[in-house]
Ligand binder design. Structure first.
Ligand SMILES: [Zn+2]
Ligand SMILES: [Zn+2]
Length: 138
């Protein structure tokens, strides 16, 4: 069983959505420990005046030792946990995949055209239906 986060503060990313008529995808990525000191949880730098996270920062920083890493480099080390109900076969499963977005082509249901999106692709363990987790990292 995958461990679900207790609060949003533990997550780099969280999404919970309905897919089709009966499917659903819940995906979250827990924050990583600092690769240098192994104590702090990497987070966005805080504004020294307000104490709030600088959401748009391109870097993550360790609050314990100050180790700083680029956002993309940090994302490479993360693991996404996914719980899903497959919209095709109704199978409910869970999977862990590297949190690496790929450019995938999909049909935009509103326009009817194919478009390229950045997404985290994964397959249903039972019917191999391909599902996508799209959305930006916060
Ligand atoms: Zn550290
Ligand atoms: Zn399936």
């Amino acid at each position: 069983m995958l461990k679900e986060p207790e609060s949003m503060d533990e997550c780099v990313y969280f999404t919970n959505r309905i897919v089709g008529e009966k499917g659903s995808i819940k995906c979250w990525v827990l924050r990583n420990k600092c690769p240098k000191c192994g104590k702090g949880l990497m987070e966005k730098p805080r504004d020294p005046k307000t104490g709030n996270f600088k959401i748009r920062s391109e870097e993550y920083v360790c609050p314990e030792c100050g180790y700083t890493v680029n956002k993309d480099e940090y994302a490479e080390t993360l693991i996404a946990s996914i719980k899903y109900v497959c919209p095709k076969c109704n199978y409910s499963g869970e999977i862990e995949v590297p949190f690496k977005r790929k450019s995938v082509s999909r049909l935009n249901e509103e326009t009817g055209k194919r478009e390229s999106v950045k997404a985290l692709p994964f397959e249903c363990a039972k019917c191999k239906n391909k599902m996508l987790v799209t959305q930006k990292m916060k």
